[in-house]
Write a protein that binds this ligand. Structure first.
Ligand code: CMC
Length: 388
């Protein structure tokens, strides 16, 4: 195949130049725009991090205020979106509802297809960061048969999301500050992760210059898969299936025998402890202080301990990734496992949009169109049906 290189799954091919997120997988380092993830998780807020990802610099107080106001202004969705969501079956997966509803949003904003207009692009960025949590919360309420709760914009980004999720009869829902902060940290940790499967999908779809709602629906679809953002849902199922610390060794043996993978372990880039998993483990403690300890935490801790000492995992450099502990926190917050990938998609929206913005203005980013190595048949003559 001539000078073409064959690199299935882009194991060794950089598809873009990017100034957004830096990962050193060997050292377990993650930085957004140069800022270590540990410092952002300790001191920042999700919306500030979203600004950083999208604009490239931390905002001044004035810029942050304007950004937050702009986003808050867009948290409501059109009433027809509500009717669209009501049409889903009662047991529809919330991630399926999110993907379909985000795609549907493009029909409400036809001007979004004008991707060459910078002001127009930024308007869609504000809208998407604002509206995805509303749709996500409504998808959850739909699965429960609860009435949808409208945004309350003085509550802050995570507080408002928790209110749309959990408010029942009370006139106003006030989240526990420790839980609200824990969610803020989880959102910060999930905001971007350079050229992962869904970011790559966002860029590839966006390179056709389609509107960002359609591209983001495609990115969310990529995230839905069990090898990507669907892994946190699988981790919880796995922990529940193991059920007891005494069953962990036998389970690990089956993983080693190739029966199935240890979900929440391993990463294409990290060949060391995922720095996000470290922070999530600490965050879990602050959540369990409020909600009570999740009994599956002991199963997770035992799994990690055994795996980290085992030759199979050590030689393959398989460590816990971001999904290993996040599901335990989401479960403690009262969320069903089907909501876990949605909880990943909400904050990743900022990362997808930052990746999309970077791609659409980069003159080197032509339409994503890889080549192939053809391994099919050579030319042959069509055989009529009666002669086959
Ligand atoms: N359990 C058991 N063995 C594993 C695992 C695992 N979780 N992950 C990789 N391996 C083995 C794999 O079988 C292979 O062994 P061998 O060399 O003997 O064939 C070796 O490790 C290399 O695996 P790979 O499939 O070539 O690695 P990859 O870089 O293509 O896959 C991965 C990365 C994340 C898809 C994979 O580690 C995996 O499937 N993990 C479980 C799912 C998961 O937790 N995904 C979340 C990823 S992090 C957040 C996100 O992206 O959403």
């Amino acid at each position: 195949f001539g000078l073409m290189s064959y690199d299935p799954a882009f194991l060794n091919t950089a598809s873009v130049r990017s100034a957004i997120t830096y990962i050193d997988g060997e050292a377990g380092i993650l930085r957004y725009r140069g800022y270590p993830i540990e410092q952002l998780a300790a001191g920042s807020t999700y919306l500030e991090v979203a600004y950083l990802l999208v604009h490239g610099e931390l905002p001044t107080a004035e810029q942050l205020h304007a950004w937050e106001t702009e986003i808050v202004h867009h948290t409501f969705v059109h009433e027809s979106m509500k009717r669209l969501m009501e049409a889903f079956h009662y047991d529809a997966h919330p991630m399926g509802m999110l993907i379909a509803s985000v795609a549907a949003l493009s029909t409400f904003y036809p001007e979004a297809s004008e991707v060459d207009d910078a002001g127009n692009r930024m308007l869609q960025v504000h809208r998407l960061i604002a509206k995805v949590p509303t749709i996500a919360a409504w998808a959850y309420r739909h699965t429960r048969g609860f009435p949808y709760v409208y945004p309350e914009n003085d509550l802050g980004f995570t507080g408002n999301f928790l209110s749309m999720m959990f408010r029942m009869a009370e006139p106003r829902y006030t989240a526990d500050p420790a839980l609200e902060r824990a969610l803020e940290v989880l959102f910060i940790l999930h905001a971007d992760h350079e050229q992962n499967c869904s970011a790559n999908a966002m860029r590839a779809i966006g390179s056709s210059r389609v509107d960002p709602y359609s591209a983001l629906a495609g990115a969310a679809a990529a995230l839905y898969g069990p090898l990507h953002g669907g892994a946190n849902e699988e981790v919880l199922r796995m922990l529940a299936e193991i059920g007891d610390v005494r069953h962990v060794p036998a389970y690990v043996e089956r993983v080693k025998a190739g029966d199935f993978r240890l979900m929440g372990f391993g990463h294409r880039v990290y060949k060391n402890y995922d720095p996000r998993a470290k922070i999530i483990k600490q965050t879990a403690d602050s959540v369990f202080e409020v909600t009570g300890r999740n009994p599956l935490l002991d199963v997770a801790l035992e799994l990690e301990k055994i795996a980290l000492e085992d030759e199979y995992f050590v030689s393959r450099k398989l460590y816990p990734n971001v999904d290993f502990y996040s599901g335990l926190i989401y479960q403690a917050l009262g969320l069903p496992a089907t909501m876990f990938p949605v909880m990943f998609a909400i904050p990743r929206t900022a990362g997808w949009l930052a990746q999309w913005l970077e791609g659409v203005v980069d003159p080197e980013q032509k339409i994503a169109r890889p080549r192939q190595v053809y391994v099919g048949r050579g030319e042959r003559d069509y055989v009529p049906l009666e002669r086959r």
